[in-house]
Design a protein around this ligand. Structure first.
Ligand SMILES: NC(=O)c1ccc[n+]([C@@H]2O[C@H](COP(=O)([O-])OP(=O)(O)OC[C@H]3O[C@@H](n4cnc5c(N)ncnc54)[C@H](OP(=O)(O)O)[C@@H]3O)[C@@H](O)[C@H]2O)c1
Length: 223
């Protein structure tokens, strides 16, 4: 299958990429500083040419056009995983704008620009890596307003996409609390365990599940 994953330089995106290659998928990985990631370079070296890296910063104006132009060589896109994300610890105007740009607006715009390629797939799947921190029901502590609200808005955009494009299976996922630069060392699970669960959920879902919010173990989450 043809898979596009954003934010593959480290963390969950790197583990998702490694496991996609193990499954024999063709992977287009978006990494703004691909060469700076030793692990990613190692994975690419052993990928039997299944991994193509595109050095795009999603904050750049031409990001969607550049990715669309690279993917024009593919007949279709079967799975799009919008994984790249940032965690702003503060709540300044800048924090809000950057969080919404990378966590909300770019996943939406990238999806829109890739819709023709997704529609060309027999069973297209769109996965937004969101967060339980975007759940209003589950918010018991407050704080991290810029991050939380950017993920809440992402959840809403996913719902809109699922209603507008009935042929597409479009879900949001919480990857667990994961040991990455964002999740910190004290987090509960490894990126590999998170990615394994995410791939298991991806394998199971179809249009019936479109619009849903799952965690990496396939548990349904409240909004
Ligand atoms: N870790 C957790 O516990 C946890 C929990 C809930 C949700 N999530 C979500 O899971 C996703 C992955 O998080 P992670 O834990 O793997 O975080 P991470 O280790 O901080 O990795 C974030 C990834 O996003 C990329 N990225 C950020 N801004 C970008 C930009 N402007 N252009 C291109 N790539 C960009 C980073 O690339 P660079 O290396 O170039 O910076 C990196 O590859 C995020 O959406 C996050 O919100 C994580």
């Amino acid at each position: 299958m043809n898979v596009l994953i954003t934010g593959v330089s480290r963390g969950i995106g790197l583990a998702l990429t490694q496991q996609a290659l193990e499954k024999g998928h063709n992977v287009l990985g978006i990494a703004r500083k691909a060469a700076a990631s030793e692990q990613l370079m190692h994975i690419q070296k052993n990928s039997r040419n299944l991994l193509q890296l595109v050095p795009v910063d999603l904050a750049d104006e031409g990001a969607c056009a550049e990715i669309s132009s690279v993917i024009s060589e593919w007949a279709c896109l079967d799975i799009l995983i919008n994984n790249a994300g940032i965690y702003a610890s503060g709540n300044t105007k800048k924090d809000f704008l950057e969080s919404f740009e990378i966590n909300t607006i770019m996943p939406y715009l990238l999806t829109k620009s890739l819709l023709p390629k997704l529609q060309a797939s027999k069973k297209p799947k769109l996965i937004h890596i969101s967060s339980i921190m975007g759940s209003i029901t589950e918010n018991s502590s407050g704080g991290s307003e810029a991050y939380r609200s950017s993920k809440t808005a992402l959840n809403m955009l996913n719902k809109c996409l699922s209603l507008e494009y009935k042929w597409l299976t479009s879900i949001v996922m919480h990857p667990g609390w994961v040991q990455t630069r964002m999740g910190g060392e004290g987090a509960l699970i490894s990126p590999e365990a998170s990615a394994k669960g995410i791939w298991e959920v991806i394998a199971k879902i179809g249009t019936k599940e479109s619009g849903a919010f799952f965690d990496y173990q396939g548990k349904s989450l409240s909004w």
